[in-house]
Design a protein around this ligand. Structure first.
Ligand SMILES: Nc1ncnc2c1ncn2[C@@H]1O[C@H](COP(=O)(O)OP(=O)(O)O)[C@@H](O)[C@H]1O
Ligand SMILES: [Mg+2]
Length: 332
């Protein structure tokens, strides 16, 4: 990657206070960079802390530690940051005000950011609607959110995020509430906008297939930590961390044989069944690997904090003791 990063996140940590017990560390020293014109996927099961990363970068929750740099400068509290780092959320209905027209939702950020004047705001609003393939733009601008389909609403939410001319777009499960039939269209739209506008895009999802298709690189999050990262094909086709392997085998379409199907079913049950208990146990973890209770390969040293280890070329890394020497068990 030649261009310097648009956003650098260095050891971001978020603790949630809990009554009568130690805080929940929802995000634990997460480090990554977003580059112009590139998509980075953040994948992990529900509750792993993905949305908390997005919320911390959107200043919706206060980080407990770490640093965030935008265009090389630490200035996360100013208006420029809020303009430059925009979000698209899972539920387009909840993120739009039912009392306001589509045009209203777009005119405000255009005017506030100085990207339009009173004289040209209507033309700019229509241009934005065109850019997200909403037509006829003048007609759409007059409608209210309930007069649109789910996919159209998400296009409006995307247009609103683009209105202030962001450099960084954080998309938190942007299609998981939409009909399956239109998910790829919306992801294709985000992909095109990323190219055209050189956006640095963070694509948060629990879907490995779309992560692989739309993101150059992927990070796998497990209980607040990044456990594996690297080029998408590397991580998703050749996962090394036992948790990524579990996710990959549980993904729809991964089951190629009866045995794989059985493995996938067992993995899905494991994912579902242990989550609550594990979150409760999170506070008692100490510094050890957070996956060790579920890991078929766990040994005594997994009670110590696992190292980040290079497991392949091109920045493929896993946070796992299994890869610290050549004696890793076969099949990993
Ligand atoms: N506002 C909050 N207060 C307390 N706990 C929270 C809050 N938001 C999220 N959490 C907890 O933080 C963890 C990570 O949640 P979240 O970031 O929403 O995960 P994901 O987006 O990966 O599903 C979960 O255990 C969740 O219950
Ligand atoms: Mg979430």
């Amino acid at each position: 990657m030649n261009a310097s990063p648009a956003l650098e996140v260095d050891r971001l940590t978020v603790d949630f206070k809990r009554r009568g017990t130690t805080p929940l560390r929802a995000v634990d020293e997460v480090t990554f960079a977003l580059h112009p014109g590139h998509t980075l996927a953040l994948v992990g099961e529900s509750g792993s802390g993905k949305s908390t990363v997005v919320r911390a970068l959107s200043r919706l929750v206060a980080p407990s530690g770490g640093r965030v740099r935008l265009g090389g400068a630490e200035r996360t509290r100013d208006a420029a940051y809020r303009r430059t780092v925009q979000m698209v959320f899972q539920d387009p209905f909840a993120s739009l005000n039912p009392a306001h027209t589509v045009g209203h939702h777009l005119r405000r950020p255009l005017l506030v950011s100085g990207r339009a004047t009173r004289a040209d705001v209507d033309a700019r609003t229509e241009a934005l609607l065109d850019s997200v393939n909403l037509a006829p733009a003048a007609d759409i601008a007059r409608r209210r959110p309930h007069e649109l389909s789910g996919g159209q609403r998400q296009r409006v939410a995307i247009a609103r995020a683009l209105a202030p001319g962001p450099a960084v777009l954080l998309a938190d499960e942007p299609v998981s509430m939409l009909d399956v039939s239109i998910r790829l269209e919306i992801l294709g739209l985000l992909d095109r906008l990323k190219e055209e506008r050189r956006l640095a895009l963070l694509y948060v999802t629990h879907d490995l297939a779309t992560a692989r298709h739309f993101a150059a690189d992927v990070m796998v999050m497990y209980r607040g930590q990044i456990v594996e990262r690297g080029p998408s094909d590397e991580v998703i086709l050749r996962p090394r961390h036992p948790y990524t392997r579990l996710l990959a085998s549980a993904a729809p379409g991964a089951a190629g044989s009866r045995e794989r199907a059985r493995e996938a079913r067992a993995a899905r049950l494991a994912v579902r069944g242990t989550r609550t208990a594990e979150l409760r146990e999170a506070a008692r973890d100490g510094g050890g690997c957070r996956f060790r209770a579920r890991c078929p390969f766990a040994t005594d040293r997994c009670g110590q904090a696992p190292p980040v280890v290079a497991v392949g070329g091109a920045g493929h890394e896993a946070r796992c003791w299994l890869h610290t020497d050549d004696a890793a068990p076969a099949g990993l």
